[in-house]
Design a protein around this ligand. Structure first.
Ligand code: GLC
Length: 445
């Protein structure tokens, strides 16, 4: 039986202090969560999307991630095959059991919409190599078509998400534990060629067959669980790979985990978000089910307040949030994760104007205290911790004409030469964050 402490966990691993990291032997799964993608910015810079094509993604702020595959059956997380040293032959038997009677991507997409998400990303194929679509390029026909489901599960996902007016993302992992060449790419050239060909051909299937796809979410470009994704660029040739992607999907947003720098950065795990506004657009991703990304019984699930806090801490620093759920083997998103998402939706209904379509600033965030977003003639102060009864802010580049509390009834606002003071009585504060909208005088022309 697997030791629960080794069940990954992006959140827990990323929360480890650097000193703890040295003192402790990490599992491959934990190292995967921690590896930084330090891509070479000179590699194929012409593939980067122009700002106008990334604007929708920057405006969207919030997406729902879905980790779903055969690993939902043993229910011990998506690293089950590797962590428990299950042979490819034994693991393949799970396909005969995979028949998700309650798979209803329309209900998933409706939930994401209710949660206030603007995009959804599905693990079309994780590190176990099992493809959720009808994939002729899959080595050994390891796909949904040849499972007990006998159908393509990606096509209905794409149309359901699109049907709810959300943007569509697909996650693809080049890593496939079934190939010995993954661990010994130089020593096993024939297997390596097969392995590489599968990735190119499967990604081509995903990019060619399902109409417009808005996000390609790479993961696991590294080799032999070592180094970074960028270290494996010699093998995958991510410039070629992503050029092929752009031929089919010229405007797709590509993340940085293929070894190419990508259109946005990614920060993984549930550790607190800190520091100044980041220059490159980025995405915080974590699992709402703390136990793993793929399905496990719901031991510890993030609360709505915890997700809202990540969202606010991300958007005031130029980031988005991609919050993950892990449906069970039947295709059902478990109840506590559903509740958390619905709560986020209620919060976004009330605070959406301070979130969607905004840009960070003008003031730099102060960790654990506040951060700001701006849209048009409004600046929003997101207060995550009150240092005292009142919060003092330095002057803003534009004159403030009035203040409104989006999270409660009362806000007292005063301005003088030194800046602004905001005070909100405890009964008018939000439980995770208090958002104050400052109306600004028209910008001087
Ligand atoms: C980590 C995990 C992987 C998960 C991913 C999501 O890399 O190892 O299982 O899919 O995070 O970001």
């Amino acid at each position: 039986m697997l030791d629960r402490r080794h069940l990954l966990i992006g959140a827990a691993a990323a929360a480890l202090a650097p000193s703890a990291l040295n003192a402790q032997v990490l599992t491959d799964e934990q190292r995967s969560a921690l590896k930084a993608s330090s891509s070479d910015p000179t590699l194929a810079p012409d593939l980067l999307l122009p700002e106008r094509d990334l604007a929708w993604w920057r405006d969207a702020k919030f997406g729902v991630f879905v980790h779903w595959g055969l690993y939902a059956i043993p229910a011990r997380g998506e690293w089950y095959m590797n962590n428990e040293k299950v042979s490819p032959e034994a693991y393949a038997k799970l396909a005969a059991e995979f028949n998700p009677h309650h798979y209803d991507p329309v209900s998933w997409a409706k939930l994401a919409k209710t949660a206030g998400a603007r995009y959804m990303v599905l693990t079309a194929r994780h590190h176990d190599g099992f493809a959720l679509w009808n994939s002729p390029a899959s080595y050994g026909h390891f796909d949904a078509m040849h499972s007990a489901a006998h159908r393509d599960l990606v096509a209905p996902f794409v149309s359901a998400v699109r049907g709810q007016g959300l943007r569509v993302g697909l996650y693809y992992s080049p890593l496939d534990w079934r190939f010995p060449a993954y661990f010994h790419p130089k020593e096993l050239p024939e297997n390596a060629a097969l392995f590489k060909r599968q990735t190119y051909a499967q990604v081509e299937e995903l990019m060619r067959r399902y109409g417009r796809i808005d996000i390609l979410w790479w993961d696991g470009g590294w080799l032999a669980h070592r180094g970074t994704d960028a270290d494996a660029a010699w093998f995958w040739e991510p410039d070629k790979l992503n050029s092929m992607v752009r031929r089919y999907q010229p405007k797709i947003v590509i993340n940085p985990r293929s070894g190419w720098q990508g259109d946005n950065d990614v920060e993984e795990g549930g550790a607190p978000i800190k520091g100044p506004i980041r220059a490159r657009p980025w995405e915080k991703t974590f699992s709402i089910n703390n136990g793993a990304w793929g399905y496990t019984p719901e031991d510890s699930v993030l609360s709505t307040d915890q997700v809202v806090r990540h969202l606010v801490d991300a958007i005031v620093r130029n980031g988005n949030v991609l919050a993950n759920v892990g449906p069970d083997r039947e295709g059902v998103i478990p109840p506590k994760q559903t509740e958390t998402l619905k709560g986020v939706g209620l919060w976004l209904k009330r605070h959406g104007r301070a979130v969607y379509g905004t840009r960070p600033g003008p003031l730099q965030p102060v960790d654990g205290v506040y951060g700001m977003t701006t849209a048009g003639d409004s600046a929003f102060v997101h207060i995550v911790g009150w240092p005292a009864d009142a919060l003092s802010l330095p002057p803003l580049p534009r004159t403030v004409v009035s203040a409104r509390n989006l999270s409660g009834e009362v806000v007292n606002w005063t301005a003088d030469a030194k800046g602004h003071t905001l005070s909100v009585p405890p009964s008018s504060r939000g439980s995770a964050v208090t958002v104050i909208e400052l109306r600004l005088a028209p910008a001087a022309t």
